[in-house]
Design a protein around this ligand. Structure first.
Ligand code: FAD
Ligand code: NAD
Length: 444
């Protein structure tokens, strides 16, 4: 039985970064990835980077088929780069095989050529998440039903697309397809979209999506899928009664769950939660000694930057002062890449009201920022909530061009307890979207 000091299962963001850290400290590490098309993990191959590349190219007016080729070239380049970044390290080995546990420290790896049993002192699980498929009649039988991963490699643009689920995946694909010129219908059981953003800004984003060619069936349930030769016929229960629609395809974007199926955790002391996520403590230790879980698989927020922060916790635990944990994670924002992107950080008005926290509201239309006129997209709004006494920022929602950049300045300010005056008085380069902060915080 081969012995390794460290085994990482899954080539995700946390895992590949940790492989580099272990190697830098002279430690032997084996990273096991089951899919040769997934070196580098979900984000670079089938998620964040390819979707944003397609969204940007749709926005630039590039045709779908051309954009798809550009996206494929990008992911191939990134995959190769990611593979070599780990495989070329003297202390690291990449093994392409599926891993399963035999006990807490014994792993069996399988590929087409056979199986092998390995043992390790430390094991890091970084197997990501996988789509949730709701139990709907006919859903799994039709070849015109797609996950986000499937749709990202579709060679022909679907002109009539239905999306089940209005989370970040559903909305980003809707915006992307609408900008490629398709008509999109979104079905969601919930009564509103973008529920964790300020409601009036969410409503504006919804109106803009409708203007771009997206229709919404909210408080609705998909009850049946009938595959036809060229697409699907969908039966939907809506507040106005049963509706049937035909489409070229259906994207299912109803959430993602921890990817643990292959791992056979029942053979270990590792415990899982109600959604299948691996239970970890604040420094990512599982219930098995020296076995850790990082990234989506541990049930934390499903973002690449959170997987990366799990790596920071791990690296600090192994080689640092052991102070970093999930409890002291810095303030972080989130963005949904619409047209324009919508981003938020901290609390919303509703959350502050519920917590009984006093606040002052500062608002500004995106159209008043010169750069939005230069770009030619004056859609959107800014809304910041500040403490009326200290003027520290409690929360901000930005629906405007480049909000995905500006919001990180707000996170930094919140994390470092900078006041609204500091952001107001800072000199920003011109013409940029950042200089919106001069005016937004001038209203204190
Ligand atoms: C369409 C889409 C768009 C997204 N957009 C964004 C975005 O814009 N920004 C953002 O921050 N996040 C985004 N996310 C979320 C982000 O992709 C994930 O949070 C992130 O990739 C999770 O990384 P990870 O480190 O947990 O593992 P992953 O990168 O998911 O890696 C897990 C790896 O483990 C492998 N694996 C699984 N089981 C085994 C096994 N038994 N043996 C061997 N290997 C195994 C898998 O093949 C995979 O390569 C998006 C997700 C999707 C689906
Ligand atoms: N820009 C980004 O950062 C980004 C982009 C894409 C994905 N992600 C990550 O990926 C994760 C998964 O995204 P997602 O959009 O699949 O999941 P999600 O859980 O965020 O949203 C799922 C949506 O589907 C709806 N839904 C669930 N079951 C349904 C059913 N049977 N019928 C109708 N509607 C139903 C829910 O009401 C919800 O609105 C997100 O949590 C996010 O962290 C991030």
């Amino acid at each position: 039985m081969k012995h390794f000091s460290n085994i990482i299962i899954g080539f995700g963001k946390a895992g590949k970064t940790l492989a580099g850290t272990l190697a830098k400290h002279g430690e032997e590490v084996l990273i096991i990835e089951k899919d040769p098309n997934m070196y580098g993990g979900t984000c670079i191959n089938v998620a964040c980077l390819p979707t944003k590349n397609m969204i940007i190219n749709a926005h630039r007016g590039i045709e779908y088929e051309v954009a798809l080729k550009k996206k494929n070239a990008l992911t191939a380049m990134l995959r190769n780069k990611n593979y070599h970044k780990v495989a070329d390290l003297q202390e690291a080995t990449v093994l392409t095989a599926t891993a399963e546990f035999l006990d807490d420290h014994t792993v069996r790896v399988s590929d087409n050529s056979g199986q092998e049993t390995l043992i390790a002192d430390r094991i890091f699980i970084n197997t990501g998440a996988t789509p949730i498929w709701p139990n709907i009649d006919g859903l799994l039988a039709s070849k015109h039903v797609y996950s986000s991963t499937d749709l990202l490699v579709k060679d022909k643009q679907l002109k009539e697309l239905v999306i089940l689920g209005s989370g970040p995946i559903g909305l980003e694909f809707a915006s992307m397809y609408a900008q490629f010129g398709s008509h999109v219908t979104i079905i969601d059981k919930s009564s509103k979209i973008l529920g964790h953003f300020e409601p009036e800004i969410a409503e504006q984003a919804k109106n803009d999506l409708e203007e771009d060619g997206v229709s919404f069936l909210l408080e609705s349930n998909l009850t049946g899928v009938n595959g036809t030769l060229n697409g699907v016929t969908l039966t939907i229960s809506t507040p106005k009664g049963i509706k049937n629609i035909q489409a070229d395809g259906l994207l299912v974007a109803t959430g993602r769950k921890a990817n643990v199926t292959d791992l056979h955790l029942e053979r270990t002391s590792i415990k899982t939660g109600s959604h299948g996520e691996i239970l970890v403590n604040d420094i990512l230790e599982t219930d098995a000694k020296d076995v850790y879980a990082l990234g989506d698989v541990n049930g934390g927020p499903q973002f690449t930057y959170i997987s990366l922060d799990d790596w920071r916790i791990m690296a600090n635990h192994l080689y640092g002062d052991k102070t970093r944990s999930r409890l002291n994670r810095p303030v972080f924002a989130n963005t949904i890449f619409l047209n324009p992107a919508i981003s938020s950080v901290g609390k919303t008005e509703a959350q502050l009201n519920e917590a009984g926290i006093d606040y002052k509201v500062l608002k500004m239309p995106a159209a008043s920022v010169p750069k939005t006129q230069v770009i030619g997209n004056p859609r959107g709004n800014y809304k910041a909530l500040i403490d009326p006494q200290t003027h520290q920022i409690l929360g901000t929602t930005i629906y405007a061009e480049e909000s995905f950049e500006t919001i990180n300045i707000i996170s930094l300010a919140m994390q470092n307890h900078l006041s609204a005056e500091t952001l107001r008085d800072q000199i920003y380069t011109h013409p940029t979207m950042t200089e919106a902060l001069n005016d937004l915080f001038d209203q204190i």
